[in-house]
Write a protein that binds this ligand. Structure first.
Ligand code: NAP
Length: 248
């Protein structure tokens, strides 16, 4: 079975690890190619865009793909829309493997916003010390609120950081422990945290640390997703693969 996994997430990595020993499945992990040094993968991988839904369809043909698992990040809207379109047009089996959003916990001070643009407004006019963890993309939107001091954490140096007059960059790759997150936010005197509601365990520690420290969290809600069969557990993804194995 030639299985295309659209990745860049812990879900995709877990699926890759589970499939690596299988002789009956030939998985390919697809990455966007944004991270300069991605973690090594235990299965073959490819990197870079396909060229929209049409490019993905051409890739299905060229690589004789049998099924697709979209295990991309819940905020990676474009690739998921492309996969839904390409698979619908070619009757290709498609499963979304993702994580549920984080629920708000008692005592947590959340300001829920629809977009990162709205997050800028939610920070308010008063200068604050703000921890930006929403990812290096869309950092530039915070340039219109130059009164705040920003702490930015990213795997690679984001080009858009130059647009922020008062920003400090920490280069680091998660996961981060609760202890580390609490210490960082306390030492930096962070008053507000900006995050996407990504869900999942690997980036949750900052949310819990903020709750414990009484730091306000400006949290961007998820974009709408295409209507595609979805699972949130690895075992369910593996069961779906079994059910979609082509007949020998
Ligand atoms: P996006 O806006 O949905 O996608 C933009 C374009 O990048 C797509 O149209 C596609 O190009 C290409 N692309 C994206 N993911 C790809 C993949 N896995 N394999 C091949 N091409 C891909 O995506 P994004 O938000 O920039 O995220 C890029 C990648 O980072 C995703 O794989 C995602 O899982 C991962 N990631 C994203 C976030 C986030 O917050 N957005 C967080 C953590 C990880 P073509 O149209 O040319 O095919």
């Amino acid at each position: 079975m030639r299985l295309l996994i659209l990745g860049g997430t812990t879900e995709a990595s877990a699926l890759a690890r589970a499939l690596a020993p299988r002789a009956d499945i030939a998985p390919i992990l697809s990455l966007a190619g944004r991270t300069a040094n991605p973690k090594p993968a235990p299965i073959p991988k490819r990197s870079g865009g396909f060229g929209g839904a049409d490019g993905m369809i051409a890739y299905f043909k060229a690589e004789a793909i049998d099924a697709v698992i979209d295990a991309t990040h819940p905020f990676a809207e474009q690739i998921s829309a492309n996969a839904a379109k390409a698979c619908a047009e070619t009757h290709m089996p498609l499963l979304v493997f993702t994580r549920p959003p984080w629920p708000r916990q008692p005592g947590g001070h959340w300001i829920e916003v629809e977009s990162l643009d709205a997050a800028v407004d939610a920070l308010g006019a008063t200068p604050r010390r703000v921890f930006l963890t929403q990812g290096r993309l869309q950092l530039g939107v915070f340039a219109r609120a130059p009164q705040h001091e920003y702490l930015v954490r990213s795997i690679d140096r984001p080009a858009e950081i130059d647009a922020l007059p008062r920003a400090r960059l920490i280069l680091a790759r998660g996961p981060f422990t609760l202890q580390d997150e609490e210490r960082l936010m306390r030492d930096e005197g962070i008053e507000m945290l900006v995050s996407k509601n990504s869900g999942g365990e690997s980036t949750y520690a900052k949310i819990e640390a903020a709750r414990r420290l009484g730091v306000r969290v400006v949290i961007a809600q998820r974009p709408a997703t295409p209507d595609v069969e979805t699972v949130t557990h690895l075992n369910d993804a593996l069961a779906w693969i079994e059910a979609h194995r082509p007949a020998p």
